[in-house]
Structures are given as structure tokens and as C-alpha cells.
Design a protein around this ligand. Sequence first.
Ligand SMILES: [Zn+2]
Length: 259
Amino acid sequence: MFPIAAGLVPSRNPGGRPSSWAATGRSGGVSRPPYDSLNLGAHVGDDEQAVGVNLSRLARLLAVPADRLALMDSVHGAEVATAFGPGVFSGVDGLVTQEPDLVIVARGADCVPMALVGDDGRTVAVAHCGWQGLTLGIVDAIVDAIARYGSGIDAAVLGPAVCGTCYPVPPDRAAEVAARCSTSVAAAALVTRQDGQMGIDVRQGVEARLRERGLAPEAIRLVGGCTVEDRNLFSFRRDGRTGRQGIGIRLGDLARMDT
Ligand SMILES: [Zn+2]
């Protein structure tokens, strides 16, 4: 299925625009194994032309030309950039924009790709979050980036990610999450597996932090399951050499676009 989920978030601000988003999995692209088929990630060993075709399909899905994508070379940090136009933003794990005809994209293959909708109907954001980003505060950084535009958050969509059972970690990593995250975030993210080892469910941690930052439970939507368990999703932990799925979001109602 292409995409695995998509939606339109209406604006509560009468002067604002709705936001359109789409989350992708493995299906619907042109890449060959082991990147089959909708790999959105460059620099993972896939044919660049194939990745370009795949990215253009995401653009078309969200009704923008193929050259109107803003992507991130994520680094597992907590830096956020403002996207005034398309391109690849290096060294950041979050993008925020107020450009109506621009799709901003977060990619991952176990880490959490997320999209956020500002309550002003003028601001959207994406972020990429793994366990390091969770401890470094990328969730706060992206919420703060939207707040700098004077906007709260109406909705968040969290894409597929590895679950805690499928992501065992050494004790020191679990301890770092416990030490650096709030009590409720650590409680949500840390799971004790059946074998007694600790695991990290980053997506549960992200959701807990968004709720601490004021989002209502119903404002947070989880799409897609565990990347390791679902073979229709890319998983770096399961496969090593593999592609990347993602979430794209833009301001605007697709039905009203003429591209
Ligand atoms: Zn799992």
C-alpha cells in the first residue's frame, strides 16, 4: 500500500490553511532489493535515480512538483532548521516551515519519523527521533521551534518505529534514558523484555513527551507498527543494508492544488 497512511488536518484558525501529510512504507517505489521498493533515503547504497523517482512519488502524492521537497540528513541530534525552500538540510533532526507549497520530510528505518501541525494553520514541522534524540531533547526542540512562530500544536503524527521488545539495549543505555528523560517519558520508553533485558520504545517516549508538552492524547496519532516485525517496513536493525521510509507534510488542501 502506498502510502501506509495519509490525512488532512483542518485549521482551527479561520485565516489558516489545512495541512496534508502522508506516511510511507516499503511499497509503491522502484528500488531493487534490498531497498525495495519505496526507499526515500540517499546515501544508503541505493541507486540515486531510483531514490529520485521514489521521492517524486511522495511529492506527487502531496501535490507538489518533485523539486519542492525539503529533506534532512539526520544526525541523531536535537538541532532544528527553518526550511524556506527545498533542499537537503544537513546536521539537523527537525525542520519547520511556513511555506505553503513545500513538503518537508522526515525519514527513518527504526527511528521515529514525525510530523506536527501548528494550531495557527500556518506552521508545520517534521522531526526524526531515535534514543539519542529522545535524550538530547529533539521533541522539545521541535515543539519550541513551532512555538517561536507563536503557534501551539494541533496534531502530531508518529510514523512506524522499532518497538521496545525488538530493541534490546545494554544497561548503561537504559540508564542514560532514565537519567536524561523525565520520569514519565522514561517510564513510557523503557520496557523490560521477557528475557529480563531492557528495551527502548522510542515512539512511546516521544508520545509521552508530547503529552508533557501539552498535547491531548487524541491529538497524537500513531501510524504503522513495529519496523522489525512488519516486513512491509524498512528496518535497519533487522536487515542492515536497507532503505528508509518517511513522513511528508505540507500546508494546503490537496484538492485545491492545481499542480
Ligand atoms: Zn517489535
